[in-house]
Design a binder for this molecule. Structure first.
Ligand code: ADP
Length: 191
């Protein structure tokens, strides 16, 4: 059945800050009609709106720390509820094993199955160079906060590489080249 939600792809984009997850998510949206749920964007929007979620998340974001799992899982649960049978890309979620476990439950509740977790692989020195050269407009793009975000990535998020590898869902794409080349790698990983 074509509108069966379990047939709609659900893709996780994994990778360090500055790996280009946002740019690739945008392409999946524009070229393949994916709904994009970007937790960083959702949190920054909540902060700009001055709502309860934004207030609770604000200090964590500025420290380069992760917001508590329960807070972000709620955000994803609500956001997914409005995606109906659309294909979905998750950018910036999950970021901990607890979030990945919670995601499995949330997807199950929505009758969805994870299609793939795409790791956009970029070495740390490239990340630091990219963020210091490019988008310093974010409050968490100061060099010491970028280093903290990278530490948090390696400590809390990188274990998800093995997590999804163990489940046969991991696809690795080299994130070092330009956006178009990385997009081609993702197309190959996600036929
Ligand atoms: P980047 O991938 O460049 O680090 P994001 O825009 O994805 O940036 O996230 C910015 C900040 O938002 C994170 O440093 C963190 O504080 C918060 N955040 C986003 N997604 C999550 C998540 N899944 N769990 C916890 N915190 C998150």
């Amino acid at each position: 059945m074509i509108d069966d939600v379990s047939m709609a792809p659900t893709v996780v984009l994994l990778g360090p800050p500055g790996s280009g997850k946002g740019a690739q998510a945008e392409r999946l949206r524009d070229e393949r009609g994916f709904a994009v749920l970007a937790t960083g964007d959702l949190l920054r929007e909540a902060r700009a709106a001055g709502n309860e979620l934004g207030r609770r998340a604000s200090d964590y974001i500025d420290r380069g720390d992760l917001v508590p799992d329960d807070l972000i899982v709620d955000v994803i649960r609500h956001a997914l509820a409005s995606c109906d049978s659309q294909p979905v890309t998750l950018d910036g979620f999950p970021r901990t094993v607890a979030q990945a476990d919670a995601l499995a439950g949330v997807l199950d509740d929505h009758g969805r199955e994870l299609t793939a977790a795409i790791l956009i692989d970029v070495p740390d020195d490239v990340v630091v160079e990219r963020i210091s050269g490019r988008h310093q407009e974010r409050t968490d793009d100061r060099p010491e906060t970028v280093r903290e975000r990278l530490r948090v990535y390696h400590r809390a998020t990188e274990p998800l590489v093995t997590y999804y590898e163990d489940r046969g869902l991991l696809r690795r794409v080299d994130g070092s080249p330009d956006v178009e080349t990385v997009a081609a790698g993702i197309r190959e990983a996600l036929p």
